[in-house]
Design a binder for this molecule. Sequence first.
Ligand code: ZN
Length: 216
Amino acid sequence: MTNFHDLIEGFHNFKEAHLERDREFFDALKHGQNPRTLVIACCDSRVDPAILMGCRPGDLFVVRNVAALVPAEDQSAAPDAVMAAVEYGVKHLAVEHIIVMGHSNCGGIHGLLNPVEVKNESYIRGWLCLAHPVLDELAHTDIPEDDHHGRSRHCEEAAILLSIENLLSYGWLHDRVEAGTLKLHALYYDMHDGNLCVWDAEKEDFVPSAAIVGKA
Ligand SMILES: [Zn+2]
């Protein structure tokens, strides 16, 4: 799909194939949403979480931003679009899971690593400041300066973990995690090899999700 007309036609195809064929399902959605999962993902057009995870309307409550970043409580702006969505998802929808989904080839992380390329984009530079701890951490690794893929991958993964850490800085969210009513998950979509990787706290690494499919 490349132009506006295609998108409108796409809706009519969707209406014919889904809205009109599964009226019971879509009628139920008219009465409200009850998603069990909130996803924080990147704006990147290639990483739509609903498409990648095979979801239907009503399955996911989604907030997307450049590089899937979350401000810590002492960094959140007023108004803050990310935290308004998280607050609604957690307090009103009572989601049981929050997924932070980062990805390979992330333009936001590329901008973080190459600030000269976004020197004229003040909003992007300002937003990426949230990920500066990732750069500080990168400086303490032994990843060579010329290993661009390794540096990107490290920062893409670290930014996901930073967002998880920042989510936990909100007491009302932390309390739900402590109580076991809310679980946080870190996902990394690797478009190089088509893998969705899940953070494994024991291994302290992102592991291909095929390894956990079938487990409870
Ligand atoms: Zn991205």
